[in-house]
Write a protein that binds this ligand. Structure first.
Ligand code: KIV
Length: 282
């Protein structure tokens, strides 16, 4: 249980039919909880733009944002493999810049691998990164960095042509050397087919139960956010209500001088305070 998870673990888990567990995390405290709970791999996703920074997409997320959050996560992890997302346009301009940015994710951020979005169009960059010794996770289906091109957050690969394109992209990424592939928001039957055909593990998010592993955004799993969660999310807790309740109780106790009580206060000898009072400092 304590050995650090690596890409070898991913390969072995697929061979053994053992589901790979993944979650996102973006800070020390959540990373610590996730690691202690025994999750195999943590993705510091560019979804941090939405859930940590309050943007309405992942487009504004920068390399510096990623490094800042990765460092915090890595400080909280012993066993889980940490994978860092390459943000929007950080792997599109040149091979040199892509390798430098991926290198930062490993060297400065402390991750063991990077993730990037896209199909055949990113094959040359996947090859360049793997040739530089950087493990790469792919990401197909609903790819949030292309949200303006996709026209919204909707299920991908439902029609024949789109499903075929996804299969060709998956095959191309595998050939290019990705060690695993995230499949986001695609029909379960298509994800099952791809999972059977590929030798690398698939990690599903909104892609049905037959993927080799699953990932969720930790804020969704814990029910921390307001508003309607996507259909593929299962909330395992409703922490938003609990957190608001706890904060409201604190507020009321402060207003009514209930907090801090004697248990949260420090004492001193009465003679000492009496002497201080007698000296009339004020
Ligand atoms: O950024 C992210 O959190 C992701 C996962 C949802 C797969 O890409």
């Amino acid at each position: 249980m304590n050995k650090q998870v690596t890409t070898t673990y991913f390969r072995q888990a697929k061979k053994e039919g053992k589901p790979i567990t993944m979650l996102t995390a973006y800070d020390y405290a959540m990373a610590r909880l996730t690691d202690v709970a025994g999750i195999d791999a943590i993705l510091v996703g560019d979804s941090l733009g939405n859930v940590m920074l309050g943007y309405d997409s992942t487009i504004p997320v920068t390399m510096d944002d990623m490094i800042h959050h990765l460092k915090a996560v890595c400080r909280g992890v012993n066993r889980a493999m940490v994978i860092g997302d390459l943000p929007f346009l950080s792997y599109h301009c040149s091979f040199e810049q892509s390798i430098k940015n991926a290198g930062r994710i490993l060297q400065e951020g402390g991750a063991q691998a990077v993730k990037l979005e896209g199909g055949q169009e990113v094959v040359p960059v996947v090859q360049a990164l793997t040739a530089a010794g950087i493990p790469v996770m792919g990401h197909l289906g609903l790819t949030p960095q292309s949200i303006y091109q996709l026209g919204g957050y909707k299920v991908q690969g439902k029609e024949e042509a789109a499903a075929k394109k996804l299969a060709c992209d998956a095959q191309a990424l595998q050939k290019a050397g990705v060690f695993a592939l995230v499949l986001e928001c695609i029909p379960a039957m298509l994800a099952r087919y791809l999972t059977e055909k590929l030798t690398i593990p698939t990690i599903g998010i909104g892609a049905g139960v037959d993927c080799d592993g699953q990932i969720l955004v930790i804020h969704d799993l814990l029910g921390l956010l307001e508003g309607q969660a996507p259909k593929f999310v299962k909330q395992y807790a409703k922490l938003r209500e609990e957190v608001i309740q706890a904060i409201q109780t604190y507020r009321a106790e402060v207003q009514n001088r209930i907090f801090p009580g004697p248990e949260q206060s420090y004492t001193m000898a009465k003679e000492v305070i009496d002497k201080i009072k007698a000296e009339e400092f004020f």
